[in-house]
Design a protein around this ligand. Structure first.
Ligand SMILES: NC(=O)c1ccc[n+]([C@@H]2O[C@H](COP(=O)([O-])OP(=O)(O)OC[C@H]3O[C@@H](n4cnc5c(N)ncnc54)[C@H](OP(=O)(O)O)[C@@H]3O)[C@@H](O)[C@H]2O)c1
Length: 297
């Protein structure tokens, strides 16, 4: 299949692209002029790249040329606590880009789209209660996407991801930071640590996208559904630190309570969602952490 990916240069997008290429698909990535291609360095000669210039015409030219059978939308700007200066960039990345993509797919006869949301759309397990403006923009895009599935020959699924971790992660996420601190001996200042966290291994996340693609290919036009994306094992932040210490046999210099909990901190992740059906067995948190520590990630 021809698969057209936004955010394919990112952490999840690059792992997914590699897997799709391995399974024999043709992959095109829509990127920005200055996008960092480091995550793709090993296999970038097997990808078709198109540049998005923030307008419909660059998006449409890319889609028209590549003729995708399916789109995967992963590009997004993440800002936990926004300021007024972030509003335009959040709209550009999380709404405008997605609308340009959906419009171009529909215009060029592509009938399938896998979209990416966030568990942060469901603070306190509410149907609508975004943790922050980032999550609110992701939620707003899903609502707009639903319009296209009602009005055009499009079917779409949204996978709402929880936190993710895995090898070669350069996103500055907590798991990589903690594992780095094992060898640097750096003191790590954290909040109270009683919040429950949910880290899914990136290989399990990639499996979920493959499952979503399989599902979507069998769905009629007009279908839209949302799934909670690949929950990992739920532990408190304190338990996560203890598990890293247990697996590595080393002590971390962690100060719990050195920082306040964030505004609208998620103390219990979203739980009343549908999981994608028939996912392959997931990697245990212990096993995933052990691999990272053994490989020196
Ligand atoms: N990671 C998690 O734990 C988590 C949790 C919930 C949801 N998600 C969602 O999962 C998706 C992938 O996340 P990831 O962890 O792989 O993130 P990532 O490594 O930061 O990749 C995101 C990609 O989005 C594009 N992007 C970033 N800022 C942008 C902007 N201002 N305008 C347009 N594009 C922009 C970039 O690609 P280009 O430079 O090529 O444009 C970037 O490579 C995102 O939709 C994210 O919201 C992730």
């Amino acid at each position: 299949m021809n698969i057209f990916i936004t955010g394919g240069t990112g952490y999840i997008g690059s792992k997914l692209s590699k897997r799709l290429i391995g399974e024999g698909h043709n992959v095109a990535i829509l990127k920005r002029e200055a996008s960092d291609l480091n995550n793709l360095s090993e296999f970038k000669d097997q990808i078709t790249f198109y540049n998005y210039e923030g307008d419909f015409s660059s998006m449409n030219a890319a889609v028209e040329d590549f003729k995708p059978d399916l789109g995967i939308h992963l590009a997004s700007l993440y800002v936990y606590s926004h300021s007024a200066e972030d509003i335009d960039a959040l709209i550009d990345s999380n709404l405008r880009l997605g609308l340009h993509l959906t419009e171009a797919l529909v215009k060029n006869g592509c009938k399938k789209l896998v979209n990416t949301g966030t568990s942060f759309e469901h603070f306190k397990n509410d149907d609508y209660n975004p943790v922050n403006l980032y999550a609110a923009t992701k939620n707003a895009f899903s609502a707009l996407l639903k319009y296209y599935t009602k009005s055009a020959q499009l079917s779409a699924l949204t996978i709402k991801l929880f936190d993710t971790y895995g090898p070669d992660d350069n996103r500055g996420k907590l798991v990589s930071y903690l594992i780095g601190a094992l060898s640097s001996g750096e003191e790590v200042q954290l909040s109270g640590g009683d919040q429950i966290v949910d880290y899914a291994h990136v290989d399990d996340v990639v499996n979920a996208y493959l499952k979503a693609i399989e599902l979507l290919m069998n769905l009629d036009a007009g279908y839209y559904s949302e799934f909670g994306g690949v929950t990992g094992e739920r532990v408190t932040l304190k338990q996560l630190v203890a598990l890293i210490e247990e697996v590595s046999g080393k002590k971390l210099k962690v100060q719990f309570g050195a920082k306040p909990y964030r505004f609208r901190e998620v103390m219990k992740p979203w739980s009343n969602f549908w999981e994608l059906p028939d996912l392959p067995p997931k990697k245990s948190l212990k096993e995933g952490l052990k691999e990272l520590i053994d490989e020196g990630n």
